[in-house]
Design a protein around this ligand. Structure first.
Ligand code: NAD
Ligand code: UGA
Length: 470
């Protein structure tokens, strides 16, 4: 039996920070330390001003206030934290590999490998190493091999490796962590699995814990994300059929979702799924399938990603067509840059590609978001400007950030609603009708607005998936 008194989490990102905060809240007798190589991030996690935490999640700052300094600390001292730990969560980033074998599909495991090497070198006595990051199937074997390699030294130390994937969604991370649908623990060491099980039992009922072997656990995480993303691509593909035929995607989603075998969740059509994980996890599944010669399986899952890119392009093309094929000398207000509401995360946000395409057309874009800062938007638009034309790479003056929603909209030719922030539901369209250029278009990609209200004010509206408007 293993006694767990000190837990280290490597990676203070969107998963590591909120996850350990909820663990610390529910396990007051265990000391938690979240460590990261990114000093700036750790400083932000330690900030007295809770609005400066690096991750925005509803309910997070209240928990941080309670546990920080009590049984949770954020630090850059990896060595010290690893040495003391009885259990170590690896919660580092696992983005898609950019070059070399498997580029564009499989995960870049350099950060995970670096963690395993450090743990192997520094850990003392018995240490349970837990994969929290989402990883290609069989990564646990790689971690074991590294931990047990002679370079790490085997004197007085031993390891168990578990897979415990995280299923939280951003924007609802705290409630997902407090009351998850299930907790999955994969492993081959019953004592280690029990130790992790007992930690979760502090706030999660036993029947919610599922135990599998390591590979089922790793594969279940990729598959869960692939299934969720597949539903979004499915409903988005039907949104295009609705536009062509006069059907309404919300009516269709409601009608099919009432079938309990289908269910109503994840049937909201939109500008395409964003976030750091869906695309990368499906591409991992594609790579895995190809690796095992399952080319038809690979093609099936790849199409989910392809429909997603197509949906983003489709939205941009509609905007250009409705505005007479010309965006030069036009101001377009972009409402929402985060990939969904209630997060400050912009990774893979549909807004990025849509904005770049509009800039390429010569539009002036005025961007508003509730939690994303000007600096982050700038980095997203200009750090990897491959699809921006040469002129735009040099001239960064055709966009602006507006912290005031109405300043973004004022004098615009069109508004594009891309993120479903609550405040966008309450826009004063009467004011808008008096302060924009005509003919004006509202492009509502999230079904946030009552179309009739807009039309009654003499404004044009295009609503994604609503065929009655075409
Ligand atoms: P993130 O980029 O926000 O955070 C990762 C952190 O790890 C970074 O701060 C980075 O500096 C740090 N790091 C990298 N290498 C390190 C090292 N060797 N030592 C110390 N720190 C190191 O990533 P994230 O969104 O938290 O995702 C982490 C993992 O969790 C990924 O595998 C992701 O697929 C998975 N996941 C993410 C979510 C989500 O909602 N973001 C949900 C479930 C699972
Ligand atoms: C997703 C999963 O929901 C989590 O279970 C998983 O842990 C996580 O990925 C991960 O592994 O990173 P997340 O990406 O944070 O969580 O947020 P989602 O709510 O899944 O939304 C993802 C994208 O799909 C967003 O752009 C959202 O707008 C879009 N979406 C979601 C739709 O377009 N329609 C829907 O019905 C639902």
């Amino acid at each position: 039996m293993y006694s767990i008194k000190n837990i280290c989490c490597i990676g203070a990102g969107y998963v590591g920070g909120p996850t350990m905060a909820v663990f610390a809240k529910n396990c007051p007798d265990i000391k938690f330390e979240v460590v990261d190589i990114n000093e700036e991030r750790i400083v932000a996690w330690n900030s007295k001003d809770l609005s400066k935490l690096p991750v925005f999640e509803p309910g997070l700052s209240e928990i941080i206030e309670l546990v920080r300094g009590r049984n949770l600390i954020f630090s850059t001292n990896l060595k010290n934290s690893i040495r003391k730990a009885d259990m170590i969560f690896i919660s580092v980033n696992t983005p898609i590999k950019k070059t070399g074998l498997g580029a564009g599909e499989t995960s870049d495991l350099r950060w995970v490998e670096s963690c395993a090497r450090q743990i192997g070198q520094i850990a003392e006595n018995h240490t349970i190493v837990v994969e929290k990051s989402t990883l290609p199937v069989k990564t646990a074997q790689t971690i074991k091999d590294i931990l047990l390699s002679s370079e790490c030294g085997i004197k007085n130390k031993s390891f168990s490796v578990l897979s415990n994937p995280e299923f939280l969604a951003e924007g609802t991370a705290i409630s997902d962590l407090e009351a998850p649908d299930r907790v999955l623990i994969g492993g081959d060491d019953n004592h280690a699995m029990k130790a992790l099980n007992d930690i979760y039992l502090n706030w999660i009922p036993q029947e919610k814990l599922i135990f599998t072997n390591l590979w089922s656990s790793e594969l279940s995480k990729l598959t869960a994300n692939a299934f969720l993303a597949q539903r979004i691509s499915s409903i988005n593909s039907v949104s295009a059929i609705c536009e062509a035929t006069g059907a309404d995607i919300n009516e269709v989603a409601n009608a099919i979702g009432k079938d309990l075998r289908i269910g109503s969740k994840f049937l909201q059509s939109g500008p395409g799924f964003g976030g750091s994980c869906f695309k990368k996890d499906i591409l991992n599944l594609v790579y895995l399938s190809k690796y095992y010669g399952l080319n038809e399986v690979a093609d099936y899952w790849r199409s989910v990603v392809e429909i997603n890119s197509w949906q983003q392009t489709r939205v941009y093309e509609v905007i250009v067509k409705k505005l007479f094929g010309n965006l030069a000398n036009k101001k377009i207000a972009i409402l929402g840059f985060a990939f969904k509401k209630n997060t400050n995360d912009t990774r893979e946000s549909p807004s990025i590609e849509i904005c770049k395409n509009l800039l390429n057309e010569g539009a002036f874009i005025s961007i508003h978001d509730v939690k994303v800062t000007e600096d982050i938007i700038k980095k997203n638009l200009f750090k990897n400007p491959s699809i921006l034309n040469e002129n735009l790479k040099l001239n960064k003056s055709n966009w602006e950030f507006q912290s005031n929603l109405y300043d973004a909209i004022k004098n615009s030719d069109a508004v594009v609603l891309l993120t479903e922030w609550e405040v966008y539901k309450d826009i004063d369209w009467d004011w808008v009708s008096k302060n924009v250029r005509k003919p004006f278009w509202l492009f509502d990609t999230r079904s946030l607005v009552k179309a009739k209200n807009i039309q009654n004010l003499g404004l044009n509206i295009w609503q994604l998936g609503n065929g009655s408007m075409n």
